[in-house]
Design a protein. Structure first.
Lengths: 112, 111
């Protein structure tokens, strides 16, 4: 258990509304990641962070933004949610000494 | 283009059977990881292989990294219903670059 929590665990929202998902870690790891998982596509990287205020885009970053104002929290924001963003979102951390990742329990987001 | 191809995509077998799933690429990886994911949960790391030709065993699971570090396999001996899940491979290309994930093999072991 790498001490990763995600909130909320489930959310239903309407098209066009803003949504923020939170990932919280208790072990002060430098690297944090946001993925989405969809049938037929596997895990796809949205954004990642390599330190406070240091973030970079992944392969499916359009429509998403992130912020990391403190080590323990990594926020994912959908500025204006669309139905194509219905998915399960996973946060992960990477231990500083290796590239092994440890995942949170996921957030199931439905955009109607 | 999918950098890591996993096969088969789906596998349904009877309890007690053996199986092998594959993770293939045309790219070289500095390490490769295998994860298992159960429904409603996040992926859980099973093993990391680093050296070409390396073999690691985890109880009934045997992981092998190809000599050229472009592919890997996972062999399960005497599968049990508890092995059911989505198996994901992930490759590290270099240093601090993000992992590349395959799409996974969904295994169902029927009692």
């Amino acid at each position: 258990d790498a001490g990763i929590t995600q909130s909320p665990r489930h959310k239903v929202t309407e098209t066009g509304t803003p949504v923020t998902l939170r990932c919280h870690q208790t072990e002060n790891h430098r690297y944090m990641y946001w993925y989405r998982q969809d049938p037929g596509h596997g895990l796809r990287l949205i954004h990642y962070s390599y330190g406070v205020k240091d973030t970079d885009k992944g392969e499916v970053s359009d429509g998403y933004s992130v912020s990391r104002s403190k080590t323990e929290d990594f926020l994912l924001t959908l500025e204006s949610a669309t139905s194509s963003q219905t998915s399960v979102y996973f946060c992960a951390i990477r231990r500083d000494t290796s590239n092994e990742q440890f995942f949170g329990p996921g957030t199931r987001l439905t955009v109607l | 283009t999918q950098l890591l191809e996993q096969s088969p995509q789906f596998l349904s077998i009877q309890e007690g059977e053996n199986l092998t799933v594959y993770c293939n690429s045309s790219s070289v990886f500095s390490s490769l990881q295998w994860y298992r994911q159960e429904p409603g949960e996040g992926p859980v790391l099973l093993v990391t292989v680093v050296t070409g030709g390396e073999v690691k065993k985890l109880k009934r699971l045997t992981f092998q990294f190809g000599d050229a570090r472009k592919d890997s396999s996972l062999h399960i001996t005497a599968a049990q219903p508890g092995d059911t899940g989505l198996y994901l491979c992930a490759g590290e290309r270099s240093g601090n670059t993000p992992l590349v994930f395959g799409k996974g093999t969904r295994l169902s072991v029927i009692a």
